[in-house]
Ligand binder design. Structure first.
Ligand code: ASP
Length: 323
């Protein structure tokens, strides 16, 4: 009886300790450079989250490098008080197959807070590339074998995954140039220092729209409806049967963050994802906001587990690892 009372008291104290959450600024770690697609989603989301998070400031901290694993590791080891969160993409589920040594356990070291959006990708090239469509790109690649380079955001990044599948499906090898995010990679693509990149529409749409990059295809299974992207063919219809890489973002807290806190974050996330301004921005960039059961932390975790199981064999077959 006494034990029961003590346990009850401890639970009440733990709950009341977090009753005021959040009462100071919250940091969302983005595991890629500022100005890239994940960073853009995070900054727009932070804006939409501010009100439902009681008006607290939300700070974005960019911890780029190693395909997003450095930022994820930082959050896995952060204090589990709800003030350090992670916004990450599909790299959460591809890293376990790509890295022999992981500094964190994807399914064991985080509380899953819910999914945010799904984002298709596009294959784009430097503005001076002589090819103007996918057929011309194939010819150019054929004529330039061994000399082509492809930018990405490091092993495990979506750009890496997409580029890896592109090379293995076409059976050509390119020199990959890793960045801490596709924000800086885009700068180099625009400047002509790299030839090609596969990146999220959240980063490429405005560059395609203004004709600053050459756009060759979308990597999703269906064509997109976004005005600037709807004339682009899919890689599937262009001859790479079955090619389909789209990414998703989700939010995470360090393992052991109290349920009273994760419930508050999840409730705020659900409100933020209905924010009209956020929806408008995402739609204009080709992203689709998650509205299904994966808004729920448990379903989000199940989805990530299924993605780990899906991508592991594909990545292993394409044969790339990092220590
Ligand atoms: N688009 C990057 C990637 O390749 C990530 C980023 O810079 O946001 O995954």
């Amino acid at each position: 009886m006494k034990q029961l009372l003590l346990a009850g008291l401890a639970a009440t104290l733990a709950t009341s300790a977090f009753a005021e959450y959040p009462d100071k600024p919250i940091t969302i770690v983005v595991p890629f450079s500022a100005g890239g697609p994940t960073d853009k989603v995070a900054r727009d989301l932070a804006e939409a989250l501010r009100k439902p998070m009681g008006g607290q400031s939300i700070i974005i901290e960019n911890v780029g490098g190693a395909g997003g694993t450095l930022g994820a590791a930082k959050v896995a080891k952060a204090s589990n008080d709800g003030y350090t969160l992670l916004l990450h993409h599909i790299g959460m589920s591809t890293a376990p197959a790509l890295y022999r040594k992981m500094a964190y356990d994807t399914l064991g070291d985080f509380e899953y807070l819910g999914m945010v959006n799904e984002v298709p990708m596009t294959l784009v090239g430097k503005p001076t590339l002589p090819a103007n469509n996918y057929a011309e790109l194939l010819k150019w690649m054929d004529a330039n074998k061994g000399k082509i380079n492809l930018a990405n955001a490091g092993l495990g990044a979506a750009s890496h995954l997409c580029g890896l599948l592109f090379q293995s499906t076409l059976k050509i090898e390119m020199q990959t140039v890793p960045y801490k995010g596709t924000g800086p990679a885009m700068t180099d693509l625009l400047g002509g220092q790299v030839d090609l990149m596969c990146d999220q529409t959240t980063n490429t749409t405005s560059q395609i729209e203004s004709g600053k990059v050459k756009a060759f295809a979308v990597t999703s299974s269906k064509r997109l409806t976004t005005p600037a992207l709807k004339t682009l063919p899919t890689l599937d219809e262009s001859g790479l049967k079955g090619f389909n890489v789209s990414i998703w973002h989700g939010m995470y807290a360090p393992k052991g963050t109290p349920k009273a806190v994760t419930d508050k974050i999840n409730a705020a996330l659900r409100v933020a994802l209905k924010d009209a301004e956020f929806i408008k921005r995402e739609e204009a960039l080709g992203a689709v906001i998650v509205t299904d059961a994966r808004l729920n932390g448990e379903e989000h975790k199940k989805f990530v587990a299924a993605e780990i199981a899906k991508w592991g064999p594909i990545i292993k077959a394409a044969g790339q690892y990092a220590d």
